[in-house]
Design a protein around this ligand. Structure first.
Ligand code: NAP
Length: 516
C-alpha cells in the first residue's frame, strides 16, 4: 500500500492546465439542463417533482433537474439499504477499500470536469473548486487506508492470555442517513458517504437541494466503478419534507449530518427518540456551524495577519464553516490591521467565477443573499461599515466583501453565523482579553492566533477552545489526514473528519473469546 499523500492542487498559472479546465467548462456547459434520476437499489426513478438547480453567478442558467423523492420513496430507499446491508456488510474490508481507490482514480482522471461542475453549480472560483475536488480524492484515498488499518487492528491490540483466543473486530452499524451541506458539495458529500460505506454500512444519501447535480455525478461515478446496487441510495428531496422520515425510521441505525446548528439540533433530538420496532439507539454524527475568530497580538507579523484575515473571511465568499467572521485585534495595532484589511478587501475582484480575473464569486442562492443583506443592515446599527456593505449590480447573487469595524463582542454580528462575505472587527485590551472574546460564542470550530510571543502561543493552545486551532496562519483550508477537522460545543459532536478516529464512528467493536 502506497502511503497516503494529499492530492496536489492544479497549477492554473500553467497555460496547459488552464486550457484543460476551459475545455472541461465548455464540455460541461454542453450538458447543462439534463435530468438526473432518484436511485433506489437497481432502480432509476423519475417523480412528479423536480429540484431545478441553477448557477448562482447567473440564476437564469439551469445546471440540471433532479427528480425529487417524496416520503414514500424515502422509506423505500431505507428498505433498499437495509436489504443491501445483508451482502455488503459481508464484503471483505480490502474489497470495499479497493472500490474507494478505484473511485479516487476515476475522480482524479475527471478532476477538471468536476471542477467545472463545482464552478457552475456552487459558484466556486477555479482554485476553490480544485481544492474541493482534491479533498474529495483525499477522503477516498485516506478512508480506504483507514479501513484496512481498522480491519487489522484487533489482532494487534488485545493482550494474549493462556488457553484463550481473543479477537476484536470493528463491524458495521447498518443503514445510515447521509445529509451533507452545499458548501463543499463534492468533498463533504463524498467523504461522509464513503466513510460510511467503506466500513460496510449501506446508506441513503440525501444531497443538498442547492447542489444535487454534483452529488448525482459522484453517485454515477461510484456505480461506474462497480459499487453494488443498494449500497448508496440516492434520494434528492427537500430536507424539511423528507428529512424527518429518514431520521425517524426504525431501520435507520445512524445519521451523519453536516450543516447548520438548528437543523443539526432538530435531527439529534429526533434521532434520540426510540420508535416502535426500533431495536437500537441511533448514533448521531453532527458537524455544525462556526463563528470563527482570528486573534492578532500586539507583536504579530501584522501584514501576515491582515492577509490571513482577508483570505479566511472572503475565500468562497465566506461560505465555509471555518471562515473567519470575527477579527479580534490588540488595541495598540487595531487601526493598522483594520486599515490594511480594508485595503486588501477593496482590491478583491468579485464576479462570475468562470472569469479567472475574479477572486471570488456569488453567494449560493437568493435566500442566502437576503439573509446576508439583513445581517449587513443589523451591522450598520451594531458597528461601522468599513468596506463593502452592499450588493453588486450583476445578474447573480453577488455581495461586496464586507468589513464591519468596532463591533461589540456580544453583538449579534459577532455571535451569529452569517455564512457570507462579512467579517466583524473588535479591539481587545490584551491577549487574555482577546482569548476571552474568542471563546465567548456557543461555537468552537476553528480559530487562529497571530503572535510572536511563545508564552501567548502556549496560552492559546491551552485556552482557545476550538477543534482546529491555527498559529500564525489562516483558519481555513484543512487538509485530509494533515488537519483532521471538526469542532466543539455547538459546532458538532466533537468528531474529526479526515482523521484517524473518524471510522470508529461508523463501526461497533465486537470481541469474541474462545476457550482453547
Ligand atoms: P442546512 O440548511 O442545515 O442544510 C444541510 C442539509 O440538511 C441539507 O442537505 C438540507 O437539505 C438538510 N436539511 C434541512 N432541513 C432538514 C431537516 N429538517 N431534516 C433533515 N435534513 C434537513 O445547512 P447548509 O446551508 O446546507 O450548510 C451550511 C451550514 O453547514 C453552515 O452552518 C456551516 O457552518 C455548516 N457546515 C459545517 C461543517 C463542519 O464541518 N462543521 C462543514 C460545512 C458546513 P435541503 O438542502 O433540502 O434543505
Amino acid at each position: 500500500m502506497i502511503p497516503y499523500r494529499p492530492e496536489p492542487l492544479t497549477d492554473f498559472t500553467n497555460p496547459a492546465e488552464s486550457r484543460i479546465l476551459s475545455e472541461a467548462l465548455a464540455a460541461v456547459k454542453g450538458q447543462l439542463g439534463r435530468s438526473y434520476p432518484i436511485r433506489i437499489g437497481a432502480k432509476e426513478l423519475t417523480a412528479d417533482g423536480v429540484i431545478e438547480s441553477v448557477n448562482p453567478s447567473n440564476p437564469s442558467e439551469i445546471i440540471g433537474k433532479v427528480y425529487k423523492a417524496d416520503r414514500s420513496l424515502a422509506e423505500e430507499a431505507i428498505r433498499s439499504a437495509a436489504s443491501a446491508f445483508q451482502s455488503w456488510s459481508q464484503v471483505r474490508a480490502a474489497d470495499r477499500a479497493g472500490l474507494l481507490w478505484k473511485a479516487a482514480a476515476a475522480l482524479r482522471r475527471r478532476k477538471q470536469e468536476f471542477n467545472a461542475w463545482l464552478m457552475l453549480e456552487a459558484g466556486k472560483s477555479r482554485a476553490e473548486a480544485d481544492a474541493d475536488t482534491a479533498e474529495a480524492i483525499d477522503f477516498l484515498e485516506y478512508y480506504a487506508r483507514q479501513m484496512i488499518e481498522l480491519s487489522d487492528r484487533g489482532r494487534k491490540e488485545l493482550i494474549s492470555i493462556a488457553q484463550e483466543r481473543n479477537e476484536l473486530t470493528y463491524i458495521p452499524l447498518g443503514v445510515g442517513i447521509i445529509i451533507p451541506p452545499w458548501n463543499f458539495p463534492l468533498a463533504i458529500m463524498a467523504g461522509m458517504t464513503t466513510a460510511a460505506i467503506v466500513c460496510g454500512n449501506t446508506v441513503v444519501l440525501k444531497p443538498s437541494s442547492q447542489t444535487p447535480v454534483i452529488a448525482a455525478k459522484f453517485v454515477e461515478l461510484l456505480f461506474d466503478c462497480g459499487l453494488p446496487d443498494g449500497v448508496v441510495n440516492f434520494v434528492p428531496g427537500s430536507g424539511s419534507e423528507i428529512g424527518d422520515v429518514l431520521v425517524e425510521h426504525p431501520l435507520t441505525r445512524f445519521v451523519s449530518f453536516t450543516g447548520s446548528r438548528d437543523v443539526g439540533v432538530h435531527i439529534q433530538e429526533l434521532a434520540a427518540k426510540v420508535n416502535p420496532k426500533q431495536i437500537w439507539l441511533k448514533r448521531f454524527i453532527g458537524e455544525l456551524g462556526g463563528k470563527d475568530s482570528i486573534l492578532v497580538d500586539r507583536d504579530a507579523d501584522l501584514e501576515a495577519a491582515a492577509k490571513g484575515i482577508v483570505v479566511s473571511a472572503f475565500g468562497y465568499s465566506g461560505q465555509k464553516c471555518s471562515a473567519c467572521s470575527r477579527a479580534i485585534i490588540h488595541q495598540d495595532v487595531y487601526d493598522q490591521v483594520l486599515n490594511r484589511c480594508i485595503a486588501l478587501t477593496k482590491a478583491l475582484k468579485v464576479g462570475d467565477v468562470t472569469d479567472a480575473a475574479n477572486d471570488t464569486g456569488p453567494v449560493i442562492d437568493e435566500a442566502s443573499f437576503k439573509k446576508i443583506m439583513e445581517y449587513i443592515e443589523i451591522a450598520k446599527e451594531e458597528g461601522r461599515i468599513a468596506a463593502g456593505g452592499h450588493a453588486l449590480p450583476l445578474p447573480g447573487y453577488f455581495i461586496a466583501p464586507t468589513i464591519i469595524a468596532d463591533a461589540a463582542p456580544d453583538s449579534r454580528i459577532m455571535q451569529e453565523e452569517i455564512f457570507g462575505p462579512v467579517v466583524a472587527f473588535t479591539p481587545c485590551t490584551d491577549f487574555d482579553h482577546g482569548l476571552d472574546i474568542a471563546n465567548n460564542t456557543e461555537y468552537g470550530l476553528t480559530g487562529s492566533v497571530y503572535t510572536r510571543n511563545r508564552e501567548h502561543i502556549a496560552k492559546a493552545k491551552e485556552r482557545f477552545h476550538v477543534g482546529n486551532l491555527y498559529i500564525n496562519r489562516k483558519c481555513t483550508g484543512a487538509v485530509v489526514g494533515v488537519h483532521p477537522f471538526g469542532g466543539f460545543n455547538m459546532s458538532g459532536t466533537d468528531s474529526k473528519a479526515g482523521g484517524p478516529d473518524y471510522l470508529f464512528l461508523f463501526t461497533q467493536p465486537k470481541v469474541v473469546s474462545e476457550l482453547l
